[in-house]
Design a protein around this ligand. Structure first.
Ligand SMILES: C[S@@+](CC[C@H](N)C(=O)[O-])C[C@H]1O[C@@H](n2cnc3c(N)ncnc32)[C@H](O)[C@@H]1O
Length: 223
């Protein structure tokens, strides 16, 4: 994407009611919607997150299917989720928002128990050892997710990365979390939930074109 196009999207994001782009200071010093997301949406419906949402395909697809659930896409790249935000506005969807922030700050964006479910869609696997701290299913991230998720809250991980799939399964077993469902090739092995095989993200489409297997884990964090 050219820099002009990016700038146009950044500027347009500023005008969207469904996009929130807090500064780091605003988040660290007490984020205005933390614990108050139901006032943002003006209802008491559950809240589901898509972390590293990119263009927000899951946020949009699930929000269309479940109008009585609120969906929030989180990504640091605003020019990407501009697509999802624009679609939500064009289609008059009131149950969608996008937040531009670091996922590392997620426990400052949402209060304890405020979230019902998390989707992590095609995260960067961060294979190098030195990048472990950026891997979205590492111990520290699980701690943060556990804090914001309610009692029944679950996490969904969809990835093309065998490494990420194996790493996450290993960590879940090692730390005693509950693996509810795992599938190492969702389009070949039967049994994957409908929402896993019915939506393909931007990155996923590219992985499918080169014949990569798409994997999925649904789990519950138990600390
Ligand atoms: C490989 S892309 C996947 C995007 C989308 N889910 C898809 O499947 O098309 C990973 C996304 O995660 C975002 N991301 C990675 N680490 C992040 C972090 N720590 N905080 C916020 N966003 C992050 C990137 O900006 C990027 O959009």
């Amino acid at each position: 994407m050219g820099s002009k196009n990016k700038l146009k999207r950044f500027n347009e994001n500023d005008t969207f009611d469904n996009v929130i782009q807090p500064t780091r200071e605003e988040v660290v010093n007490g984020f205005q919607w933390k614990g108050k997301w139901n006032s943002f949406f003006k209802n008491d419906n559950p809240i589901i997150l898509e972390l590293g949402c990119g263009k927000g395909e899951y946020t949009i697809a699930l929000a269309k299917k479940n109008p009585n659930i609120n969906y929030i896409g989180v990504d640091i790249k605003g020019a990407r989720f501009w697509r999802g935000a624009k679609t939500a506005i064009e289609d008059n969807m009131n149950n969608v928002a996008f937040v531009r922030t670091q996922i590392e700050l997620i426990d400052l964006i949402f209060a304890e128990n405020e979230v019902s479910e998390i989707w992590i869609t095609f995260p960067d696997p961060q294979i190098k050892y030195k990048r472990t701290k950026h891997r979205l299913t590492n111990h520290d991230f699980l701690k943060k997710y556990n804090h914001i998720l309610n009692e029944e809250g679950v996490v969904n991980l969809k990835t093309d990365s065998e490494f990420m799939h194996g790493y996450t399964l290993g960590l879940l077993h090692g730390e005693g979390h509950e693996v509810i469902y795992a599938n190492h090739d969702v389009y070949k092995n039967q049994g994957a939930p409908e929402e896993v095989i019915n939506t393909q993200t931007f990155y996923e489409q590219q992985y499918l074109e080169i014949g990569k297997a798409i994997t999925y884990i649904k789990f519950k964090i138990r600390f």
